[in-house]
Design a protein around this ligand. Structure first.
Ligand code: HEC
Ligand code: HEC
Length: 258
């Protein structure tokens, strides 16, 4: 078992080394790279929703494209962000999908733009057309037609109603941490460790572990649990009942932040 875990971890590290500029490692030629960046020959509805969720999060990492340059032309002057991040759906519409009416109603990530909850159930082709037109103007070189369909499927049929799952004021996840512990120990822990600290994506002095993130940004972590983190080998719980994801989140909030 250790051998399997070790080779999985080194494959993950190789994929990381490729982020943008690094030399291509053997993982690029393996089925793990396919899992991260390619579509299965017959994509299922479950896969499409999660893959669309990763595009919503960060399409260039999800699709292995070059980072866009400059600030998105539709990013409002009132917003505080600049550069590539302003091309991410999440940057304008929020981790709770509520835009200005939710998490991004004030503070660092305020944009004044509405959320995408109103588009739940909307015709997928209409959403796809919206992403090609102004103000979005996503060109085919950035996100191709098939990929635009994916993110439109996520918008129409894959959004969770975060308001019902997480208390906006306190961040409390409305789940069962005891049940979540069982799910975490048997899935997430393979890569993140039993205490969530095996992977650290923070800056030198400020570690970022599953526990850190789950306490600070529960909506973001729920999105990652349901869709996976784009551009890396990570599983997601999209194929399982929503309650599983919210239970994992409730448990993740009990993990150490430091
Ligand atoms: C730079 C900011 C920005 C980014 C990035 C962005 N959008 Fe939008 N989006 C907008 C604006 C502005 C509107 C129009 C809002 C309005 O009508 O008030 C909008 C509207 C929408 C709507 C319609 C909402 C409704 O209720 O009718 C959907 C769906 C949507 N965006 C999805 C996406 C998706 C998916 C992505 C990523 C592929 C994305 N957006 C990226 C700014 C952005
Ligand atoms: C196969 C390995 C693997 C599994 C299983 C896995 N992850 Fe991950 N996860 C990763 C990798 C790799 C990253 C990227 C870390 C980085 O950016 O350095 C990541 C990133 C994350 C992030 C951080 C995203 C961010 O940057 O904000 C969270 C939160 C997370 N995982 C939670 C979970 C949870 C909860 C589970 C179980 C449902 C899980 N992961 C299962 C490999 C995995």
């Amino acid at each position: 078992m250790l051998v399997v875990a070790g080779s999985l971890l080194s494959a993950i590290q190789m994929l990381h080394a490729q982020d943008g500029k690094g030399a291509a490692g053997p993982a690029e030629h393996s089925n793990l790279a396919d899992f991260v960046h390619r579509a299965p020959p017959q994509p299922t509805e479950i896969w499409l929703r999660a893959a669309g969720g990763r595009i919503y999060d960060n399409w260039w990492d999800a699709l292995d494209r070059r980072k866009p340059e400059g600030t998105h032309p539709a990013y409002p002057g009132a917003g505080k962000r600049t550069g590539a991040n302003t091309w991410r759906c999440v940057e304008c519409h929020g981790w709770d999908y509520n835009g200005k009416d939710g998490l991004y109603g004030s503070g660092e990530r305020y944009t004044g733009i509405k959320g995408i909850r109103g588009a739940v159930g909307r015709d997928v082709n209409r959403i796809a057309a919206l992403l090609r037109a102004e103000p979005h103007s996503y060109k085919r070189e950035l996100i191709n037609d098939e990929e635009v369909q994916r993110v439109a499927i996520f918008v129409s049929r894959g959004q969770d109603n975060a308001d019902r799952l997480i208390d906006l004021k306190t961040g409390t996840a409305r789940g069962d941490p005891v049940r979540g512990a069982g799910l975490f120990q048997t899935t997430c822990a393979a890569c993140h460790g039993f205490d969530g600290r095996a992977l650290d994506w923070g800056a030198a002095k400020e570690p970022a572990y599953v526990g850190t993130e789950a306490n600070k940004f529960p909506h973001e972590v729920l999105h990652k649990i349901r869709n996976a983190h784009p551009g890396v080998v990570m599983i997601n719980l999209r194929g399982f009942p929503l309650q599983d994801a919210i239970d994992v989140l409730a448990f993740a909030r009990t993990l150490p932040s430091k």
